[in-house]
Design a protein around this ligand. Structure first.
Ligand code: PRP
Ligand code: MN
Ligand code: MG
Length: 180
């Protein structure tokens, strides 16, 4: 099936304002202590970059890469670790940065993985949350940008078949209408 952009769900302006607020919330939570952001590739790369530039003080970034969706629109339910952390997060204040939490299977897998390293604190920051889609019941999302309905969306790092990550806004996508 062919898909096309139907409209803007969250504009660039709305996203940027909320990202600044999230950065301040994170800063206030750790009050002067150093923070390690762990961005979950690929989807969170744009959000993580914008978030980090608004956090002042001691902040590091590391990347982990997993994939569950492949080129499908629905999660396969299997999470593959493609690239592990470079740094040691033991005794660090870790904030996992995600673009979207859908079924929650990606973060369910990752949280177990991070806990093994015994960080001092382990929190989750996600730009988007689709609570209707959740398939796990043990995920606490500490910092959430926006709760959104169960719509197919792309942009600001989020892809459909690896496309549309470059959009500076978040758009809803729908099957292309048949032309007569
Ligand atoms: C997407 C998204 C989240 C995850 C959310 O990543 O970026 O990481 O799915 O879905 P879940 O809550 O159902 O696990 P994807 O696997 O498509 O990889 P990508 O980030 O490289 O696009
Ligand atoms: Mn992802
Ligand atoms: Mg994807």
């Amino acid at each position: 099936m062919e898909y096309e952009i139907k409209g803007t769900l969250l504009s660039e302006e709305v996203i940027q304002k909320r990202v600044k607020e999230l950065a301040l919330e994170i800063e206030e939570t750790f009050t002067g202590e150093s923070i390690t952001l762990v961005a979950v590739l690929k989807g969170s790369f744009m959000f993580a970059a914008d978030l980090m530039r608004h956090i002042s003080g001691s902040v590091e970034i590391d990347f982990i890469s997993v994939s569950s969706y492949g080129n499908q629109t629905e999660s396969s339910g299997k999470v593959r670790l493609l690239k592990d952390l470079d740094s040691n997060i033991t005794d660090q204040n870790v904030v996992v940065v995600e673009d979207i939490v859908d079924s929650g299977l990606t973060l369910h897998f990752l949280m177990d993985h991070f806990k093994m390293h015994r960080p001092k604190a382990l929190k989750i920051c996600t730009l988007l949350d689709k609570p209707e889609r959740r398939e796990v019941d043990d995920l606490v999302l500490n910092f959430v940008g926006f709760q959104i309905p169960d719509e197919f969306i792309v942009g600001y790092g989020i892809d459909y078949a690896q496309q549309y990550r470059n959009l500076p806004y978040i758009a809803s996508v729908a099957p292309a209408s048949v032309k007569h």
